[in-house]
Design a protein around this ligand. Structure first.
Ligand SMILES: NC(=O)c1ccc[n+]([C@@H]2O[C@H](COP(=O)([O-])OP(=O)(O)OC[C@H]3O[C@@H](n4cnc5c(N)ncnc54)[C@H](OP(=O)(O)O)[C@@H]3O)[C@@H](O)[C@H]2O)c1
Length: 253
């Protein structure tokens, strides 16, 4: 059985991706930060549908813990799947915080940097020895970093780091290609998740404005993006690498 690691699967896009990947018969190691219950819910949903999943804690903002996380992954692979390797890595976990450039505190910038760019970079580095040849990586970037999406003031730091992740995707694709590992990014538009401390729940009035700027007339739901992530992990995407696919229902089209 193939095995995929999905970071940040206690809610939102990562939770949907984990459930959809598992539904295709792939074992899933899913991670959570503070929301242990959300991870347990995802495991329960996967098991109820006949799949196999293990939840592990991961703090993506603390690279000093990545070696211990790799050990936990190795242990889970051995005990649950009798394997020494896994096949796919979805670098999904992330945070968002809006502030104008002139108001941004350095510690907030550094926190975003640790989670959004340094985290996926070094987590992938540490997990690579456990990755089987012929697998895939999917990095979750953002349409906020796309040259074609209209810019919203307040997302300079967040979008710059997501832009970095999109560039990193192409370099990973190049460097990992000798091992047959495909690397792609997805760039969601506004998607109704718990991002930014549940911003969609706290500010429901933003939804109609976003829907009005979206060709398909609504905001995205986690499953709109999770479905594509599962497809990119799947064998039908075997000839796709180094791509960054916007998943926004036509935002600012
Ligand atoms: N929603 C959007 O509009 C949108 C648009 C473009 C891109 N994205 C990207 O999509 C990805 C998924 O976010 P989402 O929208 O699904 O939001 P979400 O519902 O808030 O999910 C974020 C996930 O990341 C985890 N996480 C956050 N900080 C972490 C840390 N320091 N260490 C480990 N895990 C951490 C969270 O875990 P806990 O809750 O357990 O701590 C949660 O599982 C993010 O990379 C985000 O930037 C989202």
């Amino acid at each position: 059985m193939q095995v995929a690691i999905v970071t940040g699967a206690s809610s939102g896009i990562g939770q949907s991706a984990a459930i959809r990947i598992a539904a295709r018969g792939t074992g899933v190691i899913l991670t959570y930060g503070r929301n242990r219950q959300g991870a347990a819910d995802a495991v329960a949903t996967i098991e109820k549908a006949g799949g196999t999943a293990v939840a592990l804690h991961l703090d993506l903002g603390d690279s000093a813990g990545f070696d211990a996380f790799r050990d936990s992954v190795a242990e889970a692979l051995r005990t649950t799947w009798s394997r020494d390797t896994f096949d796919h890595l979805v670098n999904n976990a992330g945070i968002a915080q809006a502030s104008l450039i002139e108001d941004t505190a350095e510690e907030d910038f550094d926190r975003l940097m640790r989670v959004l760019l340094k985290g996926p970079y070094f987590l992938t580095q540490r997990l690579l020895p456990l990755m089987a040849d012929g697998g895939s990586v999917v990095n979750v970037s953002s349409s906020a970093a796309a040259a074609t999406s209209g810019l919203e003031p307040g997302y300079a730091a967040y979008a710059s780091m997501k832009g970095g992740l999109s560039v990193l995707t192409r370099y990973m694709a190049k460097e990992f290609s000798p091992r047959g590992i495909r690397v792609n990014a997805v760039s969601p538009g506004a998607t109704r998740t718990r991002l930014a401390d549940d911003a969609f729940t706290r500010f429901p009035e933003v939804v109609p404005a976003i829907a009005a700027k979206t060709a398909f007339g609504r905001v995205g739901e986690p499953d709109d993006v999770g479905a594509l992530i599962a497809t990119l992990v799947g064998d039908e995407s075997r000839w796709i690498t180094a791509q960054d696919i916007e998943v926004s229902g036509g935002y600012q089209l």
